[in-house]
Design a protein around this ligand. Structure first.
Ligand code: SF4
Length: 287
């Protein structure tokens, strides 16, 4: 069996940065909390827990003089405000690319723009970003949201509109939504498109398309809550019907000996060990 592992599989720069810094910090400091999952991967979270990192869902759970780590996806502006009010020390490990989007949101808000965020409403990164966008903003998650979005734009009376995106949103869908918005808005609007989809996401989505068309089966490894992993699965599944989505090798039960060529890809929060486990499992078919 030929096994092809995607070149972009596994930790992106932002996840590596957050996990690396958090791992070192928790070893050097006594009481450290992390607000929400540092990254969307159970194995990574468990390994940090073993090192002593305590995961909490809300700042109200911080009772002592601990430090609170801000996860890679970032948090809402209210979290920073509450921490300042209560003198809680933060160690901000938000991915620098996500912080850049927060900065852009603040800038466009100050300049009086209406901000359209093309994103998944419930994703932690999006909950963070939208908090910096002000009242005149709207999240478009699917094409079905476009009409409501345009109504809100009209009611706001704003003529300057900027579009931003969740870092892990689908590029194809982003372009589709932007084109529909352009078509529906008349000439009286200044329409700025700022594609903030991360290039790590872009190259991964591009590679999975190529890889899925070369193999008989694809295995995507990643956390069940990971948006970028789900997207990889969707893209691959459209091209290769034998696409498997697993968090760890223990979920692979089918007989892979029927395949000659198997591709392996992993989401941005998937550790190298999980990829190696799957590759070793596939290699065992040749023994
Ligand atoms: S996918 Fe991009 S934006 Fe998201 S954590 Fe990784 S590097 Fe940062």
């Amino acid at each position: 069996m030929e096994i092809i592992v995607g070149k972009t599989a596994g930790f992106c720069g932002g996840v590596f940065y957050s996990v690396d810094k958090a791992s070192k910090y928790v070893l050097d400091n006594k009481s450290v909390y992390c607000l929400g999952e540092l990254v969307h991967n159970k194995q990574v979270v468990s390994s940090l827990e073993e090192k002593g990192l305590k995961f909490i869902e809300d700042l109200s759970e911080v009772k002592d003089e601990s430090t609170v780590i801000i996860r890679a996806h970032g948090v809402a502006k209210e979290v920073y405000e509450e921490a300042e009010r209560r003198n809680i020390k933060l160690y901000d490990l938000t991915c620098p690319k996500v912080l850049k989007i927060h900065e852009q949101a603040k800038k466009y808000l100050d300049e009086g723009y209406f901000i359209i965020l093309i994103a998944h409403k419930e994703h932690p990164e999006v909950i963070g970003t939208i908090s910096f966008c002000g009242q005149d903003s709207f999240i478009v998650e699917t094409k079905d949201d476009i009409l409501d979005c345009l109504n809100k734009v009209k009611n706001s009376k704003k003529k300057n509109i900027v579009v931003l995106a969740q870092t892990t949103y689908s590029i194809a869908l982003f372009n589709e939504i932007v084109n529909i918005l352009k078509d529906k808005l008349d000439n009286g609007y200044n329409f700025v498109v700022n594609n903030t989809i991360c290039n790590a996401t872009e190259s991964r989505q591009k590679e999975i398309k190529e890889l899925a068309s070369l193999v008989d089966a694809m295995i995507i490894i990643g956390g069940k809550h990971s948006s970028n992993t789900k997207k990889l699965y969707d893209i691959s599944n459209e091209i290769c019907s034998n696409t498997y989505l697993v968090e760890t090798v223990s979920e692979l039960h089918d007989d892979f000996s029927v395949y000659n060529k198997v591709g392996v890809m992993a989401g941005a929060s998937t550790p190298k060990e999980s990829i190696d486990d799957v590759v070793n499992y596939l290699k065992s078919y040749d023994k």
